[in-house]
Design a protein around this ligand. Structure first.
Ligand code: ADP
Ligand code: MG
Length: 624
């Protein structure tokens, strides 16, 4: 996806303008101290954005980025230091590093290459991890960098001050870098890659199920963020001219994370706001820290007042606004005027899809698929085909293994036995995200949307996993139109009604252009009107796309109306398969499933709790 969206450009301008304004005001009205303060602010903005690119998009807090700042600072320091100063300050420096005395820009570039190489090496293990394991690794990295810097005293003067670095950075040098950082981070955030990573932040399992290679995107963001952090470190080094390893340690990490979290970790504009607010707090408190004498009021010196102040500010903001000052949306997605500007170029819904995948023949084969959870056989030897153009119903009492079957077939929970083939291709060996691209899409019993992404983004993530010659956004809009959600494309998914969320999950699956679509209780928790709407959508999908549909459903009337074939599970065993009429007459099925309720006129709606969780981490369904 080569081109930059209009919304991104509006966002970059809206985020960068305050930076320019701050620089102009400082230079015009407060030369000297004010200029220095704003320069530091701009460098902080870059540093915060560096963390945000990885942490904001992946949802994994990084404590390690200040380590990259340190590497950048020391690397470019070594390259630019005045050779005469170098002789006295670093007498044991190896020959090849001596006397370079490089200008600032080339040194910056070399330093960034060094940072990138380290980031790649560290990123390989870090990107495999999620959540707090990844966070703790980044913390380990920070500690290692710190210790290595102190230990390598021939290069760094150990814990002593490293000095003599040319002060090449002032307000007007920092400003373009800050703007560049804003633009880079924003373009990445809005790109398909950034959107995929944000999707994985919202729900990793669902993102895998729509074809997101989570590790790859974590890795990419990690390296990109490291480079931005490295740049911030280089600028910082050439701004202050002298520093020591402790300048790049916990204090700075705490301050930068405070800025990021206070402003809103997921947005670029939040990083700028957070940096500004924390710097104002720090400046005010620093003045108070040394004690105040206002004649009538005498405040003593308070040690650590600044850190306490930052901590309190975070507590207060988080208490009221858990997503930070700006929340989860960029400034241009919130301010009406900017919203209109950004929407100016948006196209209306493109023509209806005519490129539906029509495959005759072929099948999704489920052969002897079984799943055992430490002793419990949740599923034993399921055997059936799902054929394009047909709707297969999957029924069975609660706990029969229906969700386990869908999870096993789609690779989300790898089966213990058996094999699954899609049109002859064995999918058991594929990573989960590749199964989605291979033609198998699914929804979850408990809705798993990317709540803090827009409706359109939810679907675009899936579309961009398969779109080759078409704009994934167009594909996404078509899929939304198909389930009747075209009008709410710009809302956050988490704000939709229950029925609409279910349909959105179907649209997201459809955007993968699957040949087989597995729906786990799509009507669960819906009211009759919502169920009716869903039926219309399913009818349309089945006739138009000739998908092979598998539907888990408890409403037997609905199953009998919709399905061509019905598979029945009971206690993990596949006890029957046949046409709806055959199933209704099958004694084993009647015994296991319908029997006890035969006497009561309408057999459906058995005492089944449709809201049972199907995968661990997600809470139970929300009510409508
Ligand atoms: P259904 O969808 O038909 O209601 P499930 O497939 O969710 O049934 O569950 C089948 C059986 O497997 C149940 O006994 C359930 O408790 C068990 N089960 C499902 N998921 C897990 C899991 N992750 N760990 C252990 N047991 C599980
Ligand atoms: Mg289930």
């Amino acid at each position: 996806m080569g081109r930059i969206r209009r919304g991104s450009v509006v966002g970059i301008v809206a985020t960068a303008l305050p930076l320019v304004a701050a620089a102009v005001v400082a230079a015009g009205l407060f030369p000297g101290a004010g200029e220095r303060l704003v320069t530091l602010f701009l460098i902080n903005v870059i540093a915060v954005i560096g963390i945000g690119v990885y942490s904001g998009n992946s949802g994994i807090i990084s404590f390690g980025n200040v380590g990259f700042m340190a590497i950048g600072a020391y690397a470019s320091g070594l390259l630019t230091i005045n050779p005469i100063v170098q002789k006295t300050a670093l007498p044991h420096l190896p020959e090849w590093l001596m006397g370079w005395g490089m200008p600032f820009l080339p040194a910056l570039l070399v330093a960034l290459v060094v940072v990138a190489l380290v980031a790649v090496a560290i990123g390989i293990p870090v990107a495999r991890l999620g959540g707090s394991s990844a966070s703790i690794c980044t913390l380990g990295f920070l500690v290692i960098v710190h210790v290595v810097l102190i230990a390598s005293s021939d290069f760094t003067r150990g814990s002593q001050t490293f000095f003599g670095i040319p002060r090449a950075v002032n307000l007007w040098v920092a400003l373009p870098f800050a703007i560049l950082a804003v633009a880079t981070a924003r373009i990445y955030r809005d790109s398909a890659a950034g959107m995929k990573l944000r999707a994985s932040r919202e729900d990793e399992i669902a993102s895998l199920a729509v074809g997101v290679n989570v590790r790859l995107h974590r890795f990419f963001a990690w390296v990109l963020g490291a480079i931005l952090s490295g740049a911030a470190g280089v600028l910082f080094a050439h701004f202050i001219g002298a520093f020591s390893p402790k300048d790049f340690y916990f204090n700075m990490t705490f301050m930068l994370l405070a800025m990021l979290i206070l402003g809103g970790i997921t947005t670029v504009s939040g990083a700028v706001v957070g940096a500004a607010v924390i710097m104002v707090i720090v400046e005010l408190l620093r003045k108070l820290e040394g004690g105040v004498d206002l004649g009538f009021l005498h405040l003593p010196t308070v040690f650590g007042l600044t850190d306490i102040g930052i901590g309190l500010a975070i507590l207060l903001v988080m208490y009221r606004l858990q997503d930070g000052l700006l929340g989860v949306r960029e400034i241009d997605e919130q301010v009406p005027f900017l919203k209109r500007l950004a929407a100016g170029g948006a196209k209306p819904v493109a023509k209806q899809a005519s490129d539906a995948v029509v495959t005759e023949g072929g099948a999704l084969r489920v052969e002897n698929v079984g799943k055992r959870f430490s002793g419990l056989v949740a599923l034993h030897d399921a055997n059936f085909d799902i054929r394009p153009g047909l709707v297969t119903g999957l029924i069975g009492p609660n706990g029969a293994g229906k969700s386990t079957l869908i999870n096993s077939v789609s690779g989300v929970v790898p089966p213990s036995t058996g094999r699954v083939t899609i049109d002859g291709t064995h999918v058991g060996s594929l990573p989960v995200y590749r199964v989605a691209v291979a033609g198998l899409a699914r929804t979850f019993q408990n809705i798993r949307l990317f709540n803090n992404l827009t409706v359109l983004e939810n679907v675009t993530v899936a579309a961009s996993a398969v779109a080759k010659d078409r704009d994934p956004v167009d594909l996404a809009r078509e899929a939304l139109a198909e389930v009747g959600l075209g009008d709410v494309a710009d809302q956050l998914a988490g704000t939709l009604s229950y029925g609409a969320q279910r349909r959105l999950e179907i649209a997201r699956a459809l955007a993968l252009k699957p040949r087989y679509l597995l729906l786990d209780e799509p009507a669960a928790g819906m009211n009759p009107a919502e169920t009716q709407e869903l039926m219309t959508v399913l009818d349309r999908i089945r006739t138009k796309h000739r998908l092979g549909l598998l539907v888990v459903e408890h409403d037997l009337k609905l199953i009998m109306r919709l399905c061509d074939v019905v598979v029945v599970l009971n206690k993990g065993q596949q006890i029957a398969m046949g046409t709806p009429a055959e199933i209704q007459a099958n004694p084993a099925v009647i015994e296991a499933y319908i029997g006890r309720r035969r006497s009561a006129a309408p057999p459906p709606q058995p005492a089944i709790d449709a809201r049972q969780p199907d995968l661990d981490p997600q809470p139970a369904d929300k009510p409508a």
